[in-house]
Design a binder for this molecule. Structure first.
Ligand code: PAF
Length: 278
């Protein structure tokens, strides 16, 4: 496995594979890798000739300066995990390498970014699209792998890839959870032991809501989820939405089998998201 810091070096390393029409699988990450990321890399390994994983904490997608400053950075440990996972190339560029000048592009996501993360993290998805499009330009993957934990991000990247006609298949991969249900996230390492003990309530509440949805009006179910989260001291819910899985528009009745419940919760200054299909 080789780690590259420049776009040119990675492009050059990929050229012989491209010349032989071998397929490239790409896993974009911000590092601090956990079993969720490694499941994406493992899937990419299975389905492609070459696997590239990028590790880049993208400043343009952070709307909170503290979150950017505190985002865990563990390149050495990440590289070891990827080596063990059979990754071929790691791309770990500097901010200057990816943004030699300010990226002023603004992207259109239709209605997909109008709620949930789009409401609470202004500019976040535009920053995600800036970096993912730049990475696609460099790696030119046949397949790119994204986790379903970032449910709205996945829909937005799919939309962007289609709109900008990137010849890439966007592959969505299931959430990987801890034994107590907590969705794996790089931010989990920032939880205090006391916070770590209470945060499984988020996934457990979502799971319980699945048992209720068929016989509970959606607004009552939303209130139940909100009340249940808030009954846990130390958790503060930012939103819980039940949306159509494809359009991400708020659903007002339980009438399709394409509903998704999406939640964001603060445990102290750590912001966690999760979702569930109904
Ligand atoms: O999901 C993430 O980790 C990031 O948003 C991504 C897709 C790597 C872009 O920086």
């Amino acid at each position: 496995m080789t780690v590259f810091e420049t776009k040119d070096a990675l492009v050059k390393a990929l050229q012989p594979y491209r010349a032989k029409h071998q397929s490239t699988g790409f896993v974009p990450t911000m590092g601090a890798l956990h079993a969720g990321h490694l499941s994406l890399a493992a899937r990419a390994r299975k389905e492609n000739d070459v696997v590239v994983v990028s590790i880049f904490v993208n400043p343009t997608q952070f709307n909170d300066r503290n979150d950017l400053a505190n985002y865990p950075r563990t390149l050495q440990a990440d590289a070891e995990k990827l080596q063990a996972g059979g990754c071929d190339f790691v791309f770990a560029p500097s901010v200057e390498e990816m943004y030699p000048e300010k990226d002023t592009r603004t992207f259109d996501f239709g209605l997909l970014d109008k709620g949930m993360e789009g409401t609470f993290r202004a500019g976040h998805f535009n920053g995600v699209a800036q970096i993912v499009s730049k990475l696609f330009d460099v790696v030119q993957p046949d397949r790119a792998y994204f986790g379903e934990k970032d449910f709205q991000q996945l829909a937005i990247i799919r939309y962007m890839a289609q709109n900008l006609r990137y010849p890439v298949e966007i592959v969505s991969c299931p959430i990987v959870r801890e034994a107590d249900g907590l969705a794996m996230s790089s931010r989990n390492v920032r939880l205090t032991p006391a916070q770590r003990r209470i945060v499984p309530v988020i996934a457990q509440t979502l799971l319980a809501s699945r048992g209720k949805i068929a016989h509970t009006p959606l607004n009552e179910l939303k209130k139940w989820v909100s009340d249940t989260i808030h009954q846990t001291e130390g958790l503060k819910m930012e939103y819980f939405e039940i949306v159509d899985r494809n359009t991400l528009q708020t659903a007002d009745t339980f009438r399709s089998n394409a509903l998704q419940g999406c939640i964001a919760v603060h445990a102290g200054n750590v912001r966690l998201i999760d979702n569930i299909s109904y």
